[in-house]
Design a protein around this ligand. Sequence first.
Ligand SMILES: NC(=O)c1ccc[n+]([C@@H]2O[C@H](COP(=O)([O-])OP(=O)(O)OC[C@H]3O[C@@H](n4cnc5c(N)ncnc54)[C@H](OP(=O)(O)O)[C@@H]3O)[C@@H](O)[C@H]2O)c1
Length: 404
Amino acid sequence: MTKPTLPYTTIEQVLTPLLAPVLPTPFQSLSPAEHWMLDSVRLSLNGWGGVSPNPLVGAMVLDPQGKIIGTGWHAEAGKPHAEPIALESAGIIPQGSTLVVTLEPCNHWGKTPPCTRSIIQSGIQKVVVGCKDANPLVAGTGIEALLCAGIEVQTGVLEALCQQVNRAFFTRIEQNRPFVALKWAQTLDGKLATRQGHSQWITAPPARTWVHGMRAGFDALLTSASTVAADNPSFTCRQSDILPVRPPVRVVVDTALRLNPVEYQIFDTTLAPTWVIMGEGVSINKTHLETLKTKGVKVLSAALNSTGCGLDLADVLRVLHEADIGKVWVEGGGKLTSAFLQADQLVDDVYAFISPKLLGDASAIACFQQANIPWKLPIGASFSLFNVAHIGEDALLVLHRVES
Ligand SMILES: NC(=O)c1ccc[n+]([C@@H]2O[C@H](COP(=O)([O-])OP(=O)(O)OC[C@H]3O[C@@H](n4cnc5c(N)ncnc54)[C@H](OP(=O)(O)O)[C@@H]3O)[C@@H](O)[C@H]2O)c1
């Protein structure tokens, strides 16, 4: 029986493979608070493609009879948070009303006032919180402020789901570097491309639509000079209805600026911004540097890795972190993918597509052909299998890094 082809046109469809193991099952009976939280999580997803580096947050206001009278979500970094939007949309708040929010309300002045202040001023009597905020500026103080104001607080409702929704946000704060998702697509026999270097298309259209929807939620999409040379990708989010508020920055690691910018569409900055990261102290192609600048491409530099070949990927992430990049989507060939996996604890999520196609050619490019990973079983840097999803005719493996 053929599986129906899913369109992946809504944020919920795109994010379901990342959340499925912690979503309530259809047969699970939920408490009213869990029902409200599930709806608030749905609201939070509307911020995909707008909120980063902030978290996704959804909120709703319920009157004392449990009727929804206000809803809101955080839509864009720097813009109002979910809680004040939900409170404002509710209008006059009846006595005994409840606020449901997926993440602990903030209690500090940032680009917007503290959410705890608007909650306390609104007369809300109870707040239901999905999970605590790991951000040291909040971390429990939001809940404390509400309790001190005499508001009843219920925490940990659908906690695993609420944490999962903001996995990237929490990881970035804990690791003090951007969250990194590594995506690749391989054939059943473990190949990334034909022997001539053709990788379009290993997966079927639904997987590609899913990828474009996912890219929309990232700040940067990173690839290599070799992949640009082989595929001439535009590397945008065009094949999806899910469009980001600002297009993610396309980042090319090109150690010696070997790519001629006039030859590749990724350097057309009218589509999206492009940054190139070159090696520090490397002899570069100066004509290419001038052309990149004329085309509006930002050129940054990072340290070389210890072998002197290619960039130090931890330093690449440091450079991106300093440039306010919170989430990086990596889509490279075998060498870059291997190098990221080989580097110590730099990859947080792996999205590996396995297509049912066989190339049947020993000389086709293998996934980790170039790797020199000194791993033995049990594997050193390991991942846990979080989910296996059917996306069109391809399988998607979602892996999470295991802390060592
Ligand atoms: N199936 C898929 O999912 C998929 C995805 C993308 C690409 N591809 C295919 O993969 C092929 C290209 O793969 P590839 O292995 O030749 O190239 P790659 O892995 O995409 O890139 C390797 C290049 O990245 C640069 N680089 C910078 N720092 C590095 C580091 N620390 N470690 C490794 N590389 C670093 C180096 O070029 P410089 O020294 O010039 O900086 C290096 O030659 C193409 O045929 C493409 O179609 C397949």
